[in-house]
Design a protein around this ligand. Structure first.
Ligand SMILES: NC(=O)c1ccc[n+]([C@@H]2O[C@H](COP(=O)([O-])OP(=O)(O)OC[C@H]3O[C@@H](n4cnc5c(N)ncnc54)[C@H](O)[C@@H]3O)[C@@H](O)[C@H]2O)c1
Length: 292
């Protein structure tokens, strides 16, 4: 079966990703840490030209230096994804340096832990503005340029297993990752309506080694249960999560296969999906499927 974007489903491995993406330009948000840094390193290894961006300018400069030392063509642009003008400036730099972006990876995101009614308004606001607003700002800056160029392009939005299976003590995260799934699906319908040669993919990572859980549960005033759950998630990622590099390899391979649903760890998503679907169809009450 031929997927939108033209790739044969189920036919590939990293060699195909290299063949498809070499020489193309990727913009990656939240690129200076964890999953985003893994994406940037893997994209460089595939021979892509890179416009990594992040709000953490020092870490971004260090990553760009590392990638350039390895022979990659890199144009780092510090930007806060919540600022539409800053994201637009990233697109302008990608145009100037590389003639435009072929791929946008909307990866920047934060997690916040606590009881939904105790999480401060500013934290709720930050999660909505970064996880959802940041993704929308990326689309607003890059999709019109991709449509104008009319060449093959890729939009890759990073949601989460938590974007399909809500969890307690992380409501801003679950809510915003659900929103990323919904807005990505809307985008897919819209680009299909326009017959655009832009492949849309949504990534649902499971547990991947990064600092996201520790940063989320370290917030002052968080309930002890939230601290405990955050520590547990962090420990699980450290002990049995994927490295960001292996995660990136799986994601780029699946994107190269033309997949909309990019599921790097199906074993962490699939067992929860059917019970959740059954629960809704049976109009049953949600019940916590594990203890905290
Ligand atoms: N690590 C996991 O297990 C996991 C699982 C599912 C989904 N995810 C998703 O993967 C993405 C990356 O997470 P991670 O685990 O690598 O976390 P991380 O904290 O290591 O990296 C997130 C990056 O985003 C950047 N960022 C934060 N706010 C920003 C802003 N306003 N503008 C620009 N950049 C900003 C940070 O500086 C950081 O470099 C997130 O969207 C996260 O929700 C992670």
């Amino acid at each position: 079966m031929t997927a939108p974007g033209g790739a044969e489903q189920g036919s590939t491995g990293t060699a195909d990703a290299r063949h498809l993406f070499r020489g193309r330009t990727a913009v990656i948000t939240g690129a200076s840490s964890g999953i985003g840094a893994g994406f940037a390193r893997h994209a460089a290894a595939l021979g892509m030209r890179l416009v990594p961006t992040d709000v953490a300018a020092d870490r971004l400069a260090a990553l760009a230096e590392e990638l350039a030392a390895g022979g990659a063509e890199v144009e780092p642009v510090p930007a806060d994804v919540t600022d539409p003008a800053a994201v637009e400036a990233v697109a302008v730099r990608a145009d100037e340096r590389f003639g435009g972006a072929d791929m946008l990876v909307n990866n920047a995101g934060i997690m916040a832990m606590g009881y939904s009614w105790e999480i401060p308004a500013e934290t709720w606001d930050a999660a909505l503005r970064i996880n959802v607003g940041g993704t929308a700002n990326g689309l607003r800056a890059f999709v019109p340029r991709m449509l104008d160029r009319g060449t093959r392009a890729w939009i890759v939005d990073v949601s989460s297993v938590g974007g399909l299976l809500p969890a307690p003590l992380m409501a801003p995260y679950s809510a915003t990752k659900f929103a990323v799934l919904a807005l990505t699906e809307s985008l897919k319908y819209e680009l299909d309506m326009r017959g655009a040669p832009i492949q849309v993919s949504v990534v649902t990572p499971g547990s991947v080694k990064s600092d996201i859980f520790r940063a989320a549960s370290g917030a002052a005033g968080a309930a002890p249960e939230a601290e405990r759950f955050g520590a547990l998630l962090h420990e699980r990622a450290e002990n049995s999560g994927l490295t960001a590099e292996e995660h990136a390899r799986r994601v780029f391979d699946q994107v190269a296969e033309g997949r909309y649903w990019v599921v790097p760890q199906p074993e962490q998503l699939d067992p929860g999906l059917q019970p959740r679907t059954d629960m809704i169809l049976e109009r049953a009450e949600p019940r916590l499927p594990f203890e905290i």
